[in-house]
Design a protein. Structure first.
Length: 163
């Protein structure tokens, strides 16, 4: 019993050391993101234009997330972004002769206490209100009001959240 308790404590200690080491390496690799306290980023991720991202306190970005922040991205406090999400404030102009000739940049604002489920896509120019849940595999192509649950492609409100 004592040996098992010691193993458990030792495992937690080693995990915390390893987790802190990985977080410091990741923070070094991603560059100049303006981030609040208790920011967690799980590798691998892709972040384009990290200098145009502002992140609040207690934010978690899980593995395999792609963020293109050419138009700027603001993330509030207490936000969870699940794995395999794509958040892009930059897109190509479909009216250009060649699609890669011109980019369009529009800021994305994600409120506080937001949970973005796995495999979601958020496109340029979107504002997501506070206290929002976005279900897995949802496509967000319009602003989402606060205090609600959204799902689908395109994301639609299915439930109000009482606050």
């Amino acid at each position: 019993m004592i040996v098992m308790k010691f193993k458990s404590i030792a495992q937690k200690f080693l995990y915390r050391i390893f987790d802190n080491y990985l977080q410091s390496k990741i923070n070094y690799q991603i560059g100049p993101i303006q981030k609040g306290r208790n920011f967690k980023l799980y590798h691998p991720v892709f972040i384009g234009f990290p200098e145009k991202i502002k992140v609040g306190d207690n934010v978690v970005i899980n593995a395999f997330v792609h963020i293109w922040a050419g138009g700027g991205i603001e993330i509030g406090d207490n936000v969870m972004i699940a794995s395999h999400c794509a958040i892009t404030s930059t897109t190509h102009n479909t009216n250009s002769t060649l699609f890669n000739d011109e980019n369009i940049h529009q800021k994305i604002i994600i409120g506080s206490n937001v949970w973005i489920g796995a495999h979601c896509v958020i496109v340029p120019g979107i504002t997501i209100g506070d206290n929002v849940v976005i279900g897995a595999n949802s496509f967000v192509n319009r602003d989402l009001e606060a205090n609600a649950v959204y799902v689908g492609s395109p994301a639609k409100k299915i439930k109000a959240i009482e606050r």
